[in-house]
Design a protein around this ligand. Structure first.
Ligand SMILES: [Zn+2]
Ligand SMILES: [Zn+2]
Length: 369
């Protein structure tokens, strides 16, 4: 079959047509003909060895952990799915017996053989996975949008880290208007928030995000400086900040910028922590490379009583994500063109990766059917 093969030890990604087609081996196996398969920001981190312990299988693996497809064969024990079903795949699973399982944090399981990371995934024509990883797509959700189930499940995890929903009048900042930033914007929109600002340096991505028609301000990060000019962030800053850039420069506290003298810093990325109002919630959602560091002024965390959280993958969120897709479809917020998704053939993987890296696409998917 056709697939993209990642060889970790030599750090090469290559297109091949002679990869062995997987077959149903176990009674709970489901064989899927992949339809759409996304490239995720973390795939770049995987291929650059920037994910610490969560690195892909070194001696060769098919990457791709965000995909949809059609069931073509099921094992003898599979009752939930039948040939022809349209499905999406949750790439993560806990071993079920470790201490993380009993602590209700299955996503920390060190035995997670993540599909498209530790075992063959969706940058291929076929993939075989256990039925526990498979989710039926509602008939309203087309296969292309179905490939957004996994990223939306991660976004929902990031959303739930707030614990308590902020007041509807809260000032929200989303840093980065790639697909993840746009997904958070849609989530705030469907939950009734109207004071949302999205900052993004790439003009094309700003245009795409504005064209979603949510009525939110989509601005260059430098404009954030102007917006906050002369204001005291303690009382006028943002209540909720989601960093969806995974770029240390975007989250770094550099110097005080929310003060009258802030024009000095107008050429650098604004500092997340300094933009926060007292009592703010900050999510470091985007994945910064392992080992990279930022400088933080602990006094600000104390003074503002900041709640700063991370968000790792998607525990208990997949089914909800699939249902959310149905809601978003009904609200016209699941049009892939409008979301800035570009679709490529597997063979065009170099161009596909490039267009995501340079920001000419907000998201890239391979089309396999
Ligand atoms: Zn992903
Ligand atoms: Zn485990």
């Amino acid at each position: 079959m056709r697939a993209l093969w990642w060889q970790g030890d030599s750090k090469t990604l290559s297109y091949a047509e002679n990869i062995e087609e997987p077959s149903v081996q176990k009674p709970d196996d489901v064989k899927i003909k992949v339809a759409f398969s996304g490239i995720c920001g973390s795939d770049f981190h995987f291929m650059s060895n920037e994910m610490g312990k969560f690195s892909p299988k070194q001696d060769g693996v098919v990457l791709g952990h965000e995909f949809s497809g059609t069931v073509v064969e099921v094992g003898s024990n599979v009752g939930k799915f039948k040939v022809g079903d349209h499905v999406s795949i949750d790439p993560n699973a806990c071993c079920g017996v470790c201490s993380w399982a009993s602590r209700q944090t299955p996503h920390f399981c060190e035995k997670n053989e993540a599909i498209g990371v530790k075992r063959n995934g969706g940058w291929a024509e076929y993939c075989v996975v256990p039925d526990s990883s498979v989710y039926q797509l509602p008939p309203e959700v087309p296969l292309d949008a179905g490939a957004l189930s996994e990223p939306y499940s991660c976004v929902l995890r990031g959303w739930k880290m707030m614990d308590k929903l902020p007041l509807k009048s809260s000032k929200v900042l989303i840093q980065g208007a790639g697909i993840i930033g746009s997904m958070f914007a849609c989530l705030f929109y469907v939950n009734g928030y109207n004071n949302v600002t999205i900052s993004e340096p790439h003009e094309g991505r700003r245009k795409t995000c504005s064209a979603l028609g949510l009525g939110y301000d989509v601005i260059h990060p430098q404009e954030l400086g102007l917006l906050m000019s002369g204001k005291d962030a303690d009382s006028d800053g943002f209540d909720v900040i989601y960093d969806c850039t995974g770029n240390c420069k975007a989250v770094q506290t550099l110097e005080s910028k929310c003060r009258p003298s802030m024009h000095r810093a107008s050429s650098v990325w604004p500092a997340t922590i300094e933009l926060a109002r007292r009592g703010a919630f900050i999510s470091m959602f985007g994945c910064c490379p392992a080992g990279e560091k930022i400088e933080v002024e602990p006094f600000q965390i104390y003074w503002k009583e900041l709640r700063i959280t991370g968000s790792f993958i998607n525990p208990f969120c997949f089914e909800e994500a699939v249902n959310l897709l149905k809601d978003l479809k009904g609200k016209e917020l699941l049009n892939l063109d409008k979301l800035g998704v570009r679709v490529f053939d597997l063979k065009e993987y170099e161009e596909a990766l490039k267009s995501l890296k340079t920001g000419t696409a907000a998201k890239v998917m391979f089309k396999l059917q």
